[in-house]
Structures are given as C-alpha cells and as structure tokens.
Design a protein around this ligand. Structure first.
Ligand code: PRP
Ligand code: URA
Length: 215
C-alpha cells in the first residue's frame, strides 16, 4: 500500500480527489443519484491504493516490434465481498479497475435497538484459501458488522482479507483490529466518534438509505 498507516493496521487514503469527493458525500443536500456516483468513484480510487502491494508475476508479451517481459497479477482472481446493502455501492467502481474480480456477498443488517449485526445471507466463490478478499462496506461504526462478516469469511477458509470502508469510527477500528489483527483497514476518513444511537459523527448518515433512497 502506498498510504502509510495512521494507527497500526489502519490506512487512510488522503488523496485530494478522495477527500474532495468525500466532502460532497457527507453533504446532507447531496441527492441519491450523486451520492451513488460518489460512492462508486471513491471506491474506485481507494481500490487503486488498496491494491498497490498485490503480487505480480512476469509474463511474456509480443509487441508489434519484438518480444518482451511484462508483469501480470499473480494468483487466482481476487474477490470483492460487499456487506449488504450499502457495500453494494462500492462494487461497480472497483470492478471497473479489476473487471476479472469475483463478487461474493455477505448479508448483514444492524438491529436498530441492540446495534448487533443480524446475519441473513452468505455466498462466496469456492477455493477461498487461495484467494485475496476485499470486504466492502462504506461504514465502520461499532465494528460489529465488519467483525461478523470477516469471521464468516474466515470460517469459510479465507486467510487473506482486507477491509475497505469510506468512513470509520475509532471504536470500530479498535474492535476490528482486536478481533482480526491480520486484516488491514483502508478508509477514506477516521471520524471523531459514534453517537449514542450508533451513528458515526460527523459521518454521512445512513449509507444504505442514502444510496438506495429508502428514507
Ligand atoms: C450499516 C453499514 C454497515 C453497518 C455498520 O448497515 O452499511 O454494514 O451499518 O455498523 P456497525 O459497524 O455498527 O456494524 P445497516 O445495518 O444499516 O444495513 P443496510 O446496509 O442494509 O442499510
Ligand atoms: N451505519 C451507517 O449507515 N451510518 C452510520 O453512521 C453508522 C452505521
């Protein structure tokens, strides 16, 4: 990764384009259509950083003039795993950069009273042990959803996992690092705190509702 860690295991992407788009995303006046486009674009820019240390292998290429040695991504196709619903908003942007990536899904929602994740769907490609996984969710709040999704993936055999989010709360980072210290967290911002009812402050509101226009 080209981004240096802010705290161990947390990488904040400070690229000006990401920060500019994030400010637009936070704005409560930003309509659903633009919100969706911004999530897509930020995810694509973050994926560029988050893939900077993936392994390459040499390959032979014949140019119109001669044969040369190039490089290609080593190993099996990597897997994007959006946490439903809001993680879906990050998939297409990343697929534009990595069109051959596979897409798995983890269905979780946060119970509004207990704030605990409720699990309702899980499907990822087979041969998990030999693939690189990118778990996607715009929000890392209490960390409950991210911890549960990554635990499910590890139970299915995944060993190489990264977590990409747009906005993280300090308590979520702490909880995810404690539960899964081997999983780097790549975020566009580390926000100040969580509100009493589990919203990230300053945050951007309910990411799922703003993406899908459900409130
Ligand atoms: C949001 C968000 C995360 C979760 C983060 O999803 O997209 O998945 O909350 O909170 P946590 O870190 O405290 O677990 P939500 O549960 O609202 O579901 P949705 O995506 O279906 O709207
Ligand atoms: N989930 C969201 O969508 N937003 C928050 O601020 C916290 C959890």
């Amino acid at each position: 990764m080209t981004t240096t860690p802010d705290t161990p295991g947390l990488f904040v992407v400070r690229h000006p384009l990401v920060q500019h788009k994030l400010a637009l995303l936070r704005d409560r006046e930003t309509p659903t259509k633009i919100f969706k486009e911004l999530v897509d674009e930020i995810a694509m820019l973050m994926a560029y950083e988050a893939t900077a240390n993936l392994a390459l292998e040499p390959c032979e290429v014949v140019t119109p003039l001669e044969q040369t040695t190039g490089a290609r991504m080593a190993g099996k196709k990597l897997v994007l795993v959006p946490i439903l619903r809001a993680g879906l908003g990050m998939v297409e942007g990343i697929l534009r950069l990595i069109p051959s990536a596979r897409v798995g899904h983890v269905g979780l929602y946060r119970d509004h009273d207990s704030l605990k994740p409720v699990d309702y769907y899980f499907k990822v490609p087979a041969d998990t042990a030999s693939r690189e996984f990118f778990v996607l969710d715009p929000m890392l709040a209490t960390g409950g959803s991210a911890v549960a999704a990554i635990t499910r993936l590890k139970n299915a055999g995944a060993t190489r996992i990264r977590f990409l989010c747009l906005v993280a709360a300090p308590v979520g980072v702490e909880r995810l690092r404690a539960a899964h210290p081997d999983v780097p967290i790549i975020a566009a911002a580390l926000d100040r705190e969580l509100s009493a009812n589990g919203y990230i402050l300053p945050g951007l509101g309910d990411a799922g509702d703003r993406l899908f226009g459900t409130r």
